[in-house]
Design a protein around this ligand. Structure first.
Ligand SMILES: NC(=O)C1=CN([C@@H]2O[C@H](COP(=O)(O)OP(=O)(O)OC[C@H]3O[C@@H](n4cnc5c(N)ncnc54)[C@H](OP(=O)(O)O)[C@@H]3O)[C@@H](O)[C@H]2O)[C@@H](O)CC1
Ligand SMILES: Nc1ncnc2c1ncn2[C@@H]1O[C@H](COP(=O)(O)OP(=O)(O)O)[C@@H](O)[C@H]1O
Ligand SMILES: [K+]
Length: 463
């Protein structure tokens, strides 16, 4: 289920070198990049007047190619450069443009603007005057395009090294980079297009793609489709949200292991009284259990700790979220059964005590390696990392998801998908995608309960 590859700046350079070694000259890659970007711009803006802003490196070189090719199609093109070109290929592209080049700080606005100032080679923030002018020219244009990356973003972390405007389209060259999917950088464009320039990239790290789901077989029964248990705690509502999401995930059966008298809920969910530790332990002794969810509403007192210990000892694949993660704390690296999924948000991730720095993809990857579990590091950009190094990054989910209880829904959904397939990485990827799709269908100002109601339609869309 891999999607578009995501390469760091160094991996991109290595892929570029491999392409060059295979016989494609570096300048040919620049021509391909410029041609692909020019085509996208032509389709969007046709013959509207265009200003191309070119930087000193190869990103600027791409800009000169874009300018030349669109001029040849009859577009009124102006070019403004930030100083001299400094690379062999960009010098060649500038010479081939063979037209006037205005100083960057004096360029007048245009209907369309192309930011080809900096791409993957940006090593520090833009000077204030440059960043301000880029923002002002972009704000005045009706069509705006960032070539490869919006100038000012850190390629590998998605951090902003200097402030940058909002672009209409970002044209990623050759492959995606982390900044195309990680916030805040991923919020700097309305549309993302990836132009193929013939670079071969590993998709070990990729953008989350739409899953391919399957219908139950005629030979299936409720246990073969996957039995999920949700461990209730002191805040029963959160556990019930997880249980109800699991019940609409495609799994065959859901048991809710109640810590108190169970309130009425979805009748299809089998409520099992599991108030005491021995009741909980015996309810977890069932070889048919394919996934157990713990954490939503579990609580953080002594009783919660004992319940979590019973869950960790049961041996079934787990989905651990919320209070379970907080209780695990720095003990997360030990004792998690194989094939499990952990779904922390950034706060819970910090409490897991790995003391990891750096970008979100690297931190999630390292945590997956240390816990031997799939990590879903949630947020506006959710990173799903497997212990073997595979990573899928989701971005573009509805910000309306930032409402209480949606994480509980994700945990239940992940457990349901895990029970269906038994594969924790694909289950986590499917859950994140379905969660985002359900949010899209739920529209605005929804509650977590509304998200659950949309799950069957989200699943139906991928059968
Ligand atoms: N990889 C591929 O396959 C392909 C890549 N291609 C394209 O190449 C792009 C990468 O090109 P690139 O490496 O030349 O870097 P780029 O982003 O143009 O900038 C580097 C220059 O900027 C300078 N500089 C840095 N920060 C600065 C600042 N704040 N303010 C001022 N200056 C600053 C830096 O100087 P220095 O840091 O050394 O002082 C250096 O001179 C990539 O994004 C894509 O568009 C395609 O052509 C085809 C295939
Ligand atoms: N701004 C946002 N844009 C997109 N998705 C978001 C945003 N904020 C939160 N989410 C998603 O919503 C869910 C929130 O989970 P969580 O923080 O555990 O909330 P809760 O504990 O209230 O259930 C996660 O799946 C997260 O990825
Ligand atoms: K750029």
């Amino acid at each position: 289920m891999s999607g578009l590859a995501i390469l760091t700046a160094a991996q991109m350079r290595a892929a570029e070198q491999a392409a060059i070694a295979s016989g494609i000259p570096e300048y040919e890659l620049m021509e391909r990049a410029g041609a692909a970007a020019a085509e996208i711009i032509w389709r969007a803006g046709a013959k509207r007047d265009l200003l191309v802003l070119c930087g000193p490196g190869n990103n600027g070189g791409d800009g000169f190619v874009i300018a030349r090719l669109l001029r040849a199609r009859g577009v009124p093109v102006r070019v403004a450069a930030l100083g001299e070109s400094r690379t062999e290929s960009s010098l060649k592209a500038r010479a081939a443009w063979n037209g006037p080049v205005e100083p960057f700080d004096q360029a007048a606005p245009a209907t369309q603007i192309v930011d080809a100032l900096f791409g993957t080679g940006l090593s520090r923030g833009l000077e204030d005057a440059v960043a301000d002018r880029l923002s002002s020219l972009t704000a005045q244009a009706s069509f705006s395009y960032a070539v490869d990356l919006p100038s000012g973003v850190d390629t590998d972390s998605g951090a902003l090294l200097s402030h940058a405007p909002l672009f209409g389209v970002c044209i990623a060259l050759g492959s995606l980079k982390p900044a195309h999917v990680l916030h805040p950088a991923a919020g700097l464009f309305r549309r993302l297009v990836c132009a193929d320039i013939g670079i071969v990239a590993s998709d070990q790290v990729h953008r989350l793609s739409t899953p391919h789901l399957t219908r139950p077989l005629t030979s299936d029964h409720k246990y073969s489709r996957g039995l999920v248990a949700v461990v209730g705690g002191s805040m029963a509502g959160a556990g019930r949200l997880a249980a109800r999401a699991a019940a609409r995930s495609g799994a065959g059966m859901v048991r809710y292991l109640a810590a108190a008298e169970a309130a009425a809920g979805l009748d299809a969910i089998v409520t099992v009284q599991a108030k005491t530790i021995s009741e909980l332990e015996s309810s977890l002794v069932d070889g048919r259990l394919a996934a157990v969810v713990a954490g939503p509403g579990l609580g953080s007192d002594e009783r919660a700790k004992e319940r979590l210990a019973a869950v960790l000892a049961c041996g079934h694949p787990l989905v651990l979220d919320a209070d379970a993660l907080t209780l695990l704390g720095s003990g997360a690296a030990e004792g998690i059964p194989p094939g499990s999924i952990l779904t922390p948000h950034e706060g819970e991730f910090a409490r897991l005590g790995f003391n990891l720095r750096g970008d979100k993809i690297s931190r999630a990857t390292e945590a997956a390696r240390r816990t031997d579990a799939v990590i879903v590091l949630k947020g506006a950009d959710s990173v799903v990392a497997a212990p073997d190094g595979r990573v899928a990054v989701s971005s573009g989910a509805s910000p309306w998801l930032s409402t209480a209880g949606t994480g509980d829904v994700l945990a239940g959904l992940a457990a349901g998908r895990l029970a269906v397939s038994g594969d924790p990485f694909s289950a986590a990827c499917e859950a994140v995608w379905l969660h985002g799709e359900a949010a899209r269908r739920a529209g605005e100002a929804f509650a977590a309960d509304d998200l659950i109601a949309e799950l069957p339609a989200a699943i139906a869309s991928r059968l």
